[in-house]
Design a protein around this ligand. Structure first.
Ligand SMILES: Cc1cc2nc3c(=O)[nH]c(=O)nc-3n(C[C@H](O)[C@H](O)[C@H](O)COP(=O)(O)OP(=O)(O)OC[C@H]3O[C@@H](n4cnc5c(N)ncnc54)[C@H](O)[C@@H]3O)c2cc1C
Length: 482
């Protein structure tokens, strides 16, 4: 049997001293609080957790089944790797607070600080700053910092095949004491962190430990994404529009700045809207994109530097939600897409993962008793992210119904909350308070409950006239099938 990492980090004494100062615990308690952590998955979630926990003195081993190192511009085994990505203000704030050296590395590699409301406000507020950088750039920055972090090892080309039980720490609840790798090795761990993404095999392994027959649900795909990156000959970017995301009949458009002078345009369609599947062809994509007035400036300012990058986005789904006050297992927590996938249209996935990583660090600083860590972490995540998560589910359900109704030539009405949601969308360009509300919500800086409670916001939104959706579905179909 092999311990996750037996070597004692030369900086461990320094780290324990720091932990004593930070938590107010004695040196002995602080030393006892450091554990062997095995993180499954070296995506943004796994690497962020690994960096934060190793900085607190825990000995962290990250396993990733993919043998490839991330390198800017390169692809890996993760389907969304090449798709446009921005880190929202909420996620960037976590990174700046906890891992400023990662932010510096992203910027050094060409990442662009981008103010979400700069196009709508004369004096931009730094709270709305996001980071525009493709996934390879973000991951390469995390990896570069990980490579010089004591207590942290990354092993690539090693997948996990089973969770191994130890003696139960909480009345009848199975406890995970180790993981078995594909090549037959056993890694003991005080805590296993599942960060293996939306297709995580860990739910099924937990069911096996609990002797449950039920299959673990994989998230269904809800929307397809057809994106192209552009760059201008002189390196300039198009003028920033007031808002990057627009919802039309059948299609949503997303125009995002990118790293190294690039920008991306994405057409988002329902997976069940079959006719849209020809958008993967460059000439069809271009004919369709040209119909959206909000994309004109972006299309004409430069030349495409990629073909059409296609990806199906996962639906917003919690993988295996905790039922009541008993965790399904102890010794195991999940972060990022392994905890739950989110609709990519709103760019929240990496920010959710970073918030979770920060919360896990706080919980582990307070205590490491396996039976308590799982529930405290889940409670903290639920309180911090539950409202955003529920809103994405609400939006996704209604938007899909709206598109299906449109396909059948009908109009979707939805309930009162959907009417308010659509009114906020429509009124944001006309009213500065509604725009601030949308900016806060879109940046994950305020919950829907908070923005809806602001005086006058809902009334102003409902009073505004909704602009007609351009182009209408019939016009779009004509361009696609021509
Ligand atoms: C089209 C699209 C656009 C998106 N745009 C944005 C955006 O703009 N902003 C944003 O914040 N989010 C965006 N997202 C979401 C974002 O990509 C995810 O939330 C993010 O990748 C989650 O990171 P993760 O580390 O949890 O999982 P992943 O990135 O999926 O990484 C999981 C890792 O685990 C490894 N792994 C898998 N199985 C095993 C195993 N058995 N053992 C060991 N390792 C394993 C994989 O190789 C991988 O490296 C987008 C998603 C899509 C699909």
């Amino acid at each position: 049997m092999t311990a996750a990492r037996r070597s004692v980090c030369p900086n461990e004494q320094v780290l324990i001293t720091w932990l004593v100062w930070k938590t107010g615990n004695t040196r002995d308690d602080a030393a006892r609080m450091t554990v062997d952590v095995v993180v499954l998955g070296a995506g943004p979630a796994g690497l962020a957790v690994a960096l934060l926990l190793s900085a607190d003195g825990h000995r962290v081993t990250v396993l990733d089944r993919d043998p490839a190192e991330p390198a800017a511009g390169d692809g890996r085994g993760v389907s969304q790797f090449r798709q446009p990505h921005v880190l929202l203000p909420r996620g960037l704030a976590v990174l700046e607070r906890q891992l400023p050296e990662v932010v510096a590395a992203i910027e050094a590699a060409g990442g662009l600080r981008w103010n979400v409301l700069a196009g709508a406000r004369a004096a931009p507020d730094r709270r709305y700053e996001a980071m525009a950088a493709r996934r390879p750039v973000v991951e390469a920055a995390l990896c570069a910092v990980a490579a010089r972090t004591p207590n942290l090892g990354i092993r690539r080309g090693v997948g996990v095949s089973a969770l191994l039980p130890g003696s139960s720490r909480a009345d009848g609840v199975p406890h995970v004491r180790a993981v078995a790798t594909d090549d037959g090795e056993t890694l003991e761990a005080g805590l296993v962190v599942d960060a293996s993404g939306g297709g995580s095999p860990v739910g099924a392994m937990v069911n096996e430990l609990r002797r449950l027959e039920r299959p673990s649900r994989r998230p269904d795909a809800a929307f397809d994404y057809y994106s192209r990156f552009f760059r201008s000959a002189d390196g300039t970017m198009p003028a920033q529009p007031a808002w990057p995301l627009a919802h039309h009949d059948s299609v949503s458009t997303l125009a995002l700045p990118g790293d190294n002078g690039s920008w991306s345009l994405t057409l988002v369609v329902s997976r069940r809207d079959w006719v849209m599947r020809s958008l993967y062809e460059e000439h069809v994509w271009h004919r369709a994109a040209a119909l959206f007035p909000g994309l004109h400036a972006w299309l004409s300012h430069g030349e495409p530097v990629t073909g059409v990058l296609t990806s199906s986005g996962p639906a917003t789904r919690r993988r295996d939600p905790i039922d009541g006050s008993r965790p399904p297992v102890t010794g195991l927590v999940s972060v990022g897409d392994a905890w739950g996938t989110t609709n990519p249209t709103f760019c929240q996935g990496m920010s959710m993962a970073l918030v979770q990583a920060e919360l896990l660090r706080e919980v582990m600083r307070a205590q490491n008793a396996p039976e308590k860590v799982v529930l405290r972490y889940e409670d903290a995540v639920h309180a911090a992210l539950g409202p955003f998560y529920d809103t994405l589910r609400f939006w996704e359900r209604n938007r899909l119904a709206e598109i299906y109704a449109g396909i059948r030539g009908r109009r979707f009405h939805g309930d009162d909350l959907w009417t308010v949601a659509r009114a906020l969308e429509a009124a944001k360009l006309a009213d500065p308070d509604v725009m601030t509300a949308m900016g806060d919500l879109g940046s994950m800086l305020a919950t829907p409950e908070e923005v809806l409670a602001r005086p006058g916001v809902v009334d102003k939104a409902l009073a505004a006239e909704a602009p007609a959706s351009t182009p209408a579905r019939a016009e779009l179909l004509a361009a696609i099938t021509r």
